[in-house]
Design a protein around this ligand. Structure first.
Ligand code: G6Q
Length: 548
């Protein structure tokens, strides 16, 4: 049984108050003075694990900050909570579920028991089934209805059943089968479906319908449209069996849709959507990069899992990342975090992290249901560098808000092209330096900048960054990087005392539109009983349709 810690008194605890008092120190100290007083901090305040290197020296902290943060983390039973997650305890208390994305990448011989059953053999049964399917598609023995091999794969899903697959495909495109086309349909906007299919031959197209529940409106609507598109071209219901596979936990609904359960890849209620890209939800990833590389990706996750479970808090990479974000969010009031991968292949990584972090820690009550009196999950956002440098970085350098940022880069490029990679990495390093130390009025004067321009050109610095480096972007590195953030999210949620694994706000969104759909579709003007704004919007849409 999980012990309920007394999270509701968090801000009155001596450990919180000690952090508050310690925070006052940073009114006088900025990153410039911290580096002057301790010139070696840039070498010391770093850590590495599982092939990732983190330089966190350009944060507004000292070693004492980290010590105080780990005291609070221990009081919040972070080590015990980590253990509970890995042991399969039902730490998602509001849904009464275990939280076992770590089982998706466990070694074959590991034993993880949920409700008296070792779940690892089931994980490998699905992985083996995926591999065997992928091999058949790749060697052409899986044929479409007309006997043609599959050339196009379209993933239909949304939220956790889309963002992970899209991000992973883009991130690992370098390793993907270039002779195949991969597309992703998520939006209920018919444009998404139309644009994804317009130039494809249905006879060569495989749809993966990804939905944990198999009831999500957007996904089921897109899947039905796909079925109609296919049937219109291939002329037979029998074609469905060769062109549709499903990834779901809901066999009944999969069958009702017309997909043979033999072509269904299962997963489990102990995997949250946003933590599922390494389950069968990653079937499109495996089709793109092949089973061996998919297993390499899982081994990357596993390495970070092992580190998270076994390293002391003070040297634990996801814990440090989580503590820093907690510190900046709850004590400095930094409500957002920028994610800037200096790698074009990671262009969808910020969007993926946005869901992972904001759906997990966007909570206003503690596990015991009391409203928190501190800020929880920061807003995550970002774009790849160097593109962002030519737009919104202005606000990060000189705006009135402090935006802590993670700059992610690789020592080697997958596409060495003349000087490109050196320039790319130089920009990453330069941004981290400039954000920390800025440009003073004195420096500007020495450069001969006219006095009237100096206030406009001063960059105050003191903007925190983490620099995360890896050797190169491989499937394994990607797995490690994702696991790093997964566990950092869990660390923050544990400190805030919230349930990082439920999503009641998203559930609400799933039911809200239903009533309005019927009011928009009603043949006769319905009696509307919303607020005056919503009623008027509904009438406006209906009137526009009448004129069509
Ligand atoms: C993830 C969320 C949410 C979910 C989608 C799709 O953690 O709960 O993004 O993944 O709403 O749900 P289905 O997979 O059930 O279609």
């Amino acid at each position: 049984m999980e012990k309920q810690t007394d999270v509701d008194t968090l801000t009155q605890r001596p450990s919180w108050l000690a952090l508050k008092e310690h925070h006052a120190l940073f009114r006088e100290k900025n990153l410039q003075s911290l580096f002057q007083e301790d010139p070696k901090r840039g070498e010391r305040l770093t850590t590495s694990a599982a092939g990732l290197f983190l330089d966190y020296s350009k944060n507004r902290i000292t070693e004492e900050t980290l010590r105080l943060l780990t005291v609070l983390a221990r009081e919040q039973e972070l080590p015990e909570q980590i253990d509970r997650m890995f042991r399969g305890e039902k730490i998602n208390t509001t849904e009464h579920r275990a939280v076992l994305h770590i089982a998706l990448r466990a070694a074959r011989e590991e034993v993880i028991v949920v409700d008296g059953e070792n779940v690892v053999p089931g994980v490998y049964a699905v992985l083996d089934k995926m591999s065997s399917f992928v091999r058949k598609v790749h060697d052409g023995s899986w044929k479409g209805h007309t006997g043609k091999p599959v050339r196009n794969v379209i993933n239909i899903g949304i939220g956790g059943s889309d963002l992970g697959p899209v991000m992973a495909f883009e991130a690992l495109r370098h390793y993907s089968r270039r002779e195949m086309t991969f597309r992703f349909i998520s939006n209920i906007d018919g444009t998404d479906f139309t644009e994804a299919t317009r130039d494809l031959d249905p006879a060569e197209t495989l749809f993966i319908v990804c939905s944990k529940t198999f009831t999500t409106l957007e996904t089921m609507t897109n899947a039905s449209t796909a079925r109609a598109w296919l049937k219109a071209s291939l002329g037979s219901d029998a074609a469905i069996a060769r062109h549709f596979v499903a990834v779901s936990t809901n066999q009944e609904e999969v069958q009702r849709f017309g997909i043979n359960p033999e072509n269904m890849f299962g997963f489990w209620d102990w995997v949250g959507g946003r933590y599922s890209m390494d389950s069968s939800i990653g079937l499109s990833t495996m089709l793109a990069i092949g089973p061996e590389r998919f297993l390499e990706m899982l081994s990357g996750f596993r390495k970070m899992d092992h580190h998270f479970r076994s390293a002391p808090l003070e040297q634990n990479l996801p814990v440090i990342l989580g503590l820093l974000s907690f510190w900046e969010n709850s004590f400095f009031g930094c409500g957002t975090r920028g994610i800037f991968p200096y790698d074009q292949y990671l262009k969808r990584f910020p969007a993926y992290l946005q869901q992972l972090t904001m759906e997990s820690n966007g909570k206003h009550v503690t596990k015991s249901g009391t409203r928190v009196n501190y800020d929880t999950g920061p807003i995550f956002w970002g774009e790849p560098g160097t593109n962002g440098q030519h737009s919104f970085y202005q606000l990060i350098h000189q705006g009135t808000r402090i935006i802590p940022s993670d700059l992610i880069g690789f020592l080697h490029s997958l596409n060495p092209t003349g000087p490109h990679h050196t320039i790319l990495v130089a920009n990453l390093f330069a941004q981290s330096e400039a954000l920390a130390f800025g440009r003073t009025a004195e420096q500007l004067r020495q450069e001969g900048v006219p006095e009237s321009q100096i206030p406009h050109r001063v960059c105050e610095g003191n903007r925190p960054t983490n620099v995360i480096l890896a050797d190169r972007l491989t499937p394994e590195t990607l797995g490690t990087l994702i696991a790093l953030y997964e566990h950092s999210v869990f660390t923050q949620g544990t400190l805030w005392g919230i349930d990082s694994f439920d999503q009641w706000g998203v559930e609400l969104g799933k039911i809200l539109a239903k009533r309005i759909i019927s009011e928009l579709e009603a043949p006769k003007d319905p009696d509307l009983s919303h607020d005056s704004s919503t009623n008027a919007l509904i009438r406006r849409f209906r009137n526009a349709r009448k004129q069509d």
